[in-house]
Design a protein around this ligand. Structure first.
Ligand SMILES: C[S@@+](CC[C@H](N)C(=O)[O-])C[C@H]1O[C@@H](n2cnc3c(N)ncnc32)[C@H](O)[C@@H]1O
Length: 498
């Protein structure tokens, strides 16, 4: 029977096996070739690695001259030669140092690779590993997934550049998301979808669905959601995502618990929506920091930080309804930071699928110029596409509209001047955000009425009453003390509901 110590060892062994995934050469090649310029004269460190079998060490040593590297370091972690019942805790681990081809054959020969011993086990957090890290300019590896946060935090603490492979889920970790949001870390260039195959140790327990054994007996496992994380720049991440959809409230319902619209698929992000939008986490694969700004995460507890309300019972019904359409519940909240549509269209007009859209926007712009010929700065940022769709077929008197707009612009009670354009077209007063009565004005009216509600003639405390315009704003009534009356809450709601 196994002893307690053996059981513990077995447990540890099982856990550490979860971290034993060996990155395949083609995946490494496809990613690293995007950063060739960054590698010139740099010391590259591959830790959490077993240089004896590592494709990272293999690829970088064979491309040492091609990339113009200065030095390549790789450390091995203790667990590499562990069997189920023995943890070789005392085994000194090794590290390799390679500083380029000496004999002119452009191949890293064994005698050119310096094999050195570490005193400890090669834990990336150990003092001697940190000393090696300090020497390095760029770190490249596949760190243990179970320690991903600690691993990234250490890279940031020591201000290292890096290219590491991990899982998309890691993006939702508080520490990692903070870095993504601040544009200090981003996804690498080569993997944006699908799963990836990793080598696993001989004794790795394989389940049929996602594993295979090749002719030589090597075992592999397929992993979903794999992505590279890096802080090295590359051109493609600054390319605009081409948007072509126009916002409409039916297709993009608002969340119950946050003032954002739901966008089911990244490609459907409406180009004219100005507020927050909830998008799937995979939006990050298309994220250009000049085009969009990431506001926060909707999932887990992180939403609270940006004011996402926790779900209540009533939300359930809403969720059911919205999710029927394949909604994602706002995994990630973003908005378009580059909101100048004309500039955006001009930049993307040569895209093959942009012609139709370009014509459409010419139509929108011309319509706005004809209906509202007098340009004001408040016209920026209005969802013109939406108004055009709704009102383009109506006969509108631009002179009359201009007169109304000019008057409303001067009206002190209109606090949302941008809303004037929506108001003159839709007639909905809510767009104007009519100024509310001040506490002083309310108190004055309350004293005048001696606390009696004008409608029901009952007495109320001031905090049980609400202020109301005697002459409504649309009939010329101002938000002034003389035009203020206090009604009990019920009467006021009844009145405004009429
Ligand atoms: C996902 S594997 C990747 C291996 C290798 N970098 C590759 O892709 O071929 C993570 C490696 O980190 C090692 N590891 C686990 N915990 C570690 C620690 N605390 N410090 C350093 N390495 C560790 C594991 O033994 C494992 O080999």
């Amino acid at each position: 029977m196994a002893t307690k110590a053996q059981n513990k060892n077995l447990h540890q062994a099982k856990n550490s096996k979860k971290d034993e995934f060996y990155t395949q050469l083609p995946d490494i090649e496809r990613e690293l070739k995007n950063y060739k310029d960054h590698f010139k004269d740099k010391i590259v460190y591959c830790n959490c690695d077993d240089p004896r079998v590592s494709n990272f060490f293999h690829y970088l040593s064979y491309n040492f001259e091609n990339f113009g590297l200065k030095k390549l370091l790789a450390t091995c972690y203790k667990n590499q030669e562990m069997d189920l019942f023995t943890l070789h805790n005392s085994e000194q681990t090794i590290y390799l140092e390679y500083d380029g081809d000496k004999n002119g054959n452009n191949v890293p020969d064994p005698e050119e690779i310096g094999i050195k011993h570490l005193k400890g086990d090669g834990d990336f957090r150990s003092k001697e590993s940190i000393e090696l890290l300090k020497q390095a300019d760029i770190v490249v590896t596949n760190p243990p997934f179970s320690l991903f946060r600690d691993y990234v935090n250490q890279l940031i603490e020591y201000e290292k550049q890096f290219i590491i492979i991990g899982n998309l889920n890691a993006l939702t970790y508080k520490e990692i998301f903070k870095l993504i949001k601040k544009n200090k870390v981003w996804l690498g260039a080569s993997i944006h979808s699908g799963d990836r195959e990793f080598g696993v140790p001989e004794d790795y327990p394989l389940t049929a669905a996602n594993s295979r054994i090749d002719k030589k007996g090597n075992k592999y496992i397929r992993v979903k959601g794999v992505r590279w994380y890096t802080n090295l720049d590359y051109k493609e991440r600054h390319e605009d995502l081409i948007l072509y959809k126009i916002y409409n409230p039916e297709e993009y319902p608002k969340y119950e618990n946050f003032d954002a619209i739901n966008v089911n698929k990244t490609k459907d992000i409406p180009l004219d929506y100005k507020g927050y939008m909830g998008v799937p986490i995979t939006f990050i694969d298309k994220y250009n920091p000049e085009q969009f700004e990431i506001i926060g995460l909707g999932i887990s507890n992180s939403g609270k930080e940006i004011g996402v309300e926790p779900y209540k019972v009533e939300h359930k019904k809403y969720r059911k309804e919205v999710q029927k359409r394949g909604a994602v519940d706002g995994d990630l909240y973003i908005w378009i930071s580059n909101d100048d549509i004309e500039q955006y269209m001009a930049k993307n007009q040569h895209e093959p699928n942009a012609n139709e859209l370009w014509l459409y926007f010419q139509g929108v712009i011309n319509w706005v110029k004809i209906v509202f010929p007098n340009y004001r700065k408040e016209m920026k940022g209005i969802a013109w596409g939406f108004l055009y769709n709704e009102f383009k077929d109506q006969k509108l008197d631009s002179k009359k509209l201009e007169k109304e707009i000019a008057e409303l612009m001067q009206d002190e009670d209109v606090s949302n001047k941008k809303g004037i354009y929506l108001y003159v077209l839709t007639g909905k007063e809510k767009h104007l955000n009519i100024r509310a009565f001040s506490d002083n004005q309310k108190r004055e009216a309350y004293e005048r009425q001696k606390g009696i509600c004008i409608e029901c003639k009952e007495h109320f405390e001031i905090n049980e009453m609400e202020a109301d315009h005697i002459t409504p704003w649309h009939d010329g009534g101002k938000t002034s003390a003389e035009n203020c009356q206090m009604l009990c809450r019920d009467d006021n709601r009844r009145k405004s509901g009429k």
